[in-house]
Design a protein around this ligand. Structure first.
Ligand code: PMP
Length: 426
C-alpha cells in the first residue's frame, strides 16, 4: 500500500474518521503515528520518536512490536485467525481461560471471553441480573456504584459512570437508574464505610450488584482510595445478599503494584472484568470471570443460558497473544519493575507539587497523576509534552501517565518531566 502524504491523510481523517469522544470542540489535529516499537512511537514529520507515557490507555504493558508477542501472533495466524466459538472450541481460548482462573483471586472459575472492556462489563451486569432472576428475585436489577467511576461507553456501563462527570451527561434520564454512593475518600474512614453499608442495606431488595473500580478510579478522575473499602463492600454484599463486581479493566495485570487491585485487600469479587493489558495491548479482547455460585445460579434458572455470544468471542489470535503476554508478565520479576517505575515517577513528579495551579500529585504503582485546579487546554498541554519528546493525553483537570512496564529509568524521568511541563503550560 503506497503511503499517503501526511496532509492528504489528515484531510481524509478530518472528513471521514471518528476518533474517541470526537470531534472535540477546538480540537487539535491528531498526530500521524507511522510505527511503534519498544516504548517509542514514530510520528510522521517529527524528527524524534516520542516516548509513550500512556501505554495506549493502560494496555501496551510490554511496549510495542515485542518479539515474543509478534511470534505468538504469527504462529497463531498460521493456524487460524478466527473461528466461531458457538459449538467449537480451541486451545488458545482454553489455555487463556485456565491462566486467568489460576492467576486471579481464588474462587473465580468461569471465563467469558468478550471482545472489549465495555462488553465485558455488559456481560458482568447481565450475569448478575440473570443470577437473581434465576433465583426468583427479579426485582433485584439495579446496581450500586460510587460516583467518579468509569466503566465503558455502552448502555449498562454508561449507567454506572460518574453521572456528573460530563462524559455521559446527555443520557441521564434514559439510562437505567442506578444507586450512587459518594466517591470513596483516599484514606480509610469509618464514616464512609458506614455510608456504603447503609446504602447497600437500604437498597438490598432492588440491588443485583455493587460494581466498582477497585483502588483506582481511572477515566472518571484518576482517584486512588483505600483497599479497606473493598473488604467493607465484600462484607456488606455478603450480609445483605448482593453480588460484588470488580472492574479491573484498567487496574489488572500489575498496574497498581499488585497483580489485581483486589489483591491489595485479599478480596474475591463474585464477578471480575478484565481487558486492556490482557493481550499486552495487541488485540481487542476482554474477559468476564465469575464464581461457580454465579454460574450455577444462572444455569438453574428458567432460561438456563447466559444469552450473550458475540461473533468474535474467544478470538484465537487475541487469545494466543494474551497467553503470551501473561507468560511474559509472570515470567519476570514484575513487582520489582513496577516498584522501579513507581520510585521514578515519585521522584520525577515531586517538583510538580510546587507549580502554581497544581492541586495534587499522586503516584501508585506505574501510575502518576498531577491534578490541577483548572481544566487543561488539551492542545497546549499535549504540545508541551511532545516538546519534551513524550506522548501524553491530558484531559479535564488531569495530566497523567501510565507507562509501559519496560520503560527504562531515563525514559521514566523524561515522562515525568513532560508531565510537569504539560501541567505548567496547560
Ligand atoms: N472499565 C474501565 C475501568 C475502563 O478504564 C475502561 C476503558 N477506559 C472500560 C471499562 C471500557 O473498556 P473499553 O474501552 O475496552 O470498552
Amino acid at each position: 500500500m503506497p503511503d499517503l502524504p501526511v496532509s492528504e491523510l489528515l484531510d481524509l481523517d478530518r472528513r471521514h474518521v471518528w476518533h474517541p469522544y470526537g470531534p472535540m470542540p477546538g480540537r487539535q489535529e491528531p498526530l500521524v503515528v507511522e510505527s511503534a516499537s519498544g516504548v517509542r512511537l514514530t510520528i510522521a514529520g517529527e524528527p524524534d520518536e516520542l516516548v509513550d507515557g500512556m501505554s495506549s490507555w493502560w494496555s501496551a504493558i510490554h511496549g510495542y512490536n515485542h518479539p515474543v508477542l509478534n511470534d505468538a501472533a504469527r504462529e497463531q495466524l498460521g493456524r487460524m485467525s478466527h473461528v466461531m466459538f458457538g459449538g467449537l472450541t480451541h486451545e488458545p481460548a482454553v489455555r487463556l481461560a485456565k491462566r486467568l482462573v489460576d492467576m486471579s483471586p481464588n474462587g473465580l472459575e468461569h471465563v467469558f471471553l468478550a471482545d472489549s472492556g465495555s462488553v465485558s462489563v455488559e456481560v458482568a451486569v447481565k450475569m448478575c441480573l440473570q443470577y437473581w432472576r434465576s433465583l426468583g428475585r427479579p426485582a433485584k436489577q439495579r446496581l450500586l456504584t460510587w460516583r467518579g467511576g468509569y466503566h465503558g461507553d455502552t448502555w449498562q456501563p454508561m449507567s454506572v459512570c460518574d453521572p456528573e462527570g460530563g462524559m455521559h451527561e446527555l443520557w441521564q434520564g434514559v439510562l437505567p437508574r442506578q444507586v450512587f454512593a459518594d466517591p470513596p475518600p483516599v484514606a480509610y474512614e469509618e464514616s464512609y464505610a458506614d455510608h456504603l453499608r447503609s446504602l447497600i442495606e437500604r437498597h438490598a431488595d432492588e440491588l443485583a450488584a455493587v460494581i466498582v473500580e477497585p483502588v483506582v478510579q481511572g477515566a472518571g478522575g484518576m482517584r486512588f482510595h483505600s483497599p479497606g473499602y473493598l473488604r467493607v463492600l465484600r462484607e456488606a454484599c455478603d450480609a445483605y445478599g448482593v453480588l460484588l463486581v470488580f472492574d479491573e479493566i484498567a487496574t489488572g495485570f500489575g498496574r497498581t503494584g499488585a497483580l489485581f487491585a483486589a489483591d491489595h485487600a485479599g478480596v474475591t469479587p463474585d464477578v471480575m472484568c478484565l481487558g486492556k493489558a490482557l493481550t499486552g495491548g495487541y488485540m481487542t479482547m476482554a474477559a468476564t470471570l465469575c464464581t461457580s455460585r454465579v454460574a450455577e445460579g444462572i444455569s438453574r434458572g428458567e432460561v438456563p443460558v447466559l444469552a450473550h455470544g458475540p461473533t468474535f468471542m474467544g478470538n484465537p489470535l487475541a487469545a494466543a497473544v494474551a497467553c503470551a503476554s501473561i507468560d511474559l508478565l509472570l515470567g519476570q520479576d514484575w513487582q520489582t519493575e513496577i516498584k522501579r517505575i513507581e520510585t521514578g515517577l515519585r521522584e520525577g513528579l515531586a517538583p510538580a507539587s510546587e507549580l502554581p495551579g497544581v492541586r495534587d500529585v499522586r503516584v501508585l504503582g506505574a501510575i502518576g497523576v498531577v491534578q490541577l485546579d483548572h481544566d487543561v487546554d488539551m492542545a497546549t498541554a499535549t504540545r508541551a509534552a511532545v516538546r519534551e519528546g513524550v506522548w501524553l493525553r491530558p484531559f479535564r483537570d488531569l495530566v497523567y501517565t501510565m507507562p509501559p512496564y519496560v520503560t527504562g529509568d531515563a525514559d521514566v524521568a523524561r515522562i515525568a518531566r513532560a508531565v510537569c511541563a504539560a501541567a505548567r503550560e496547560g
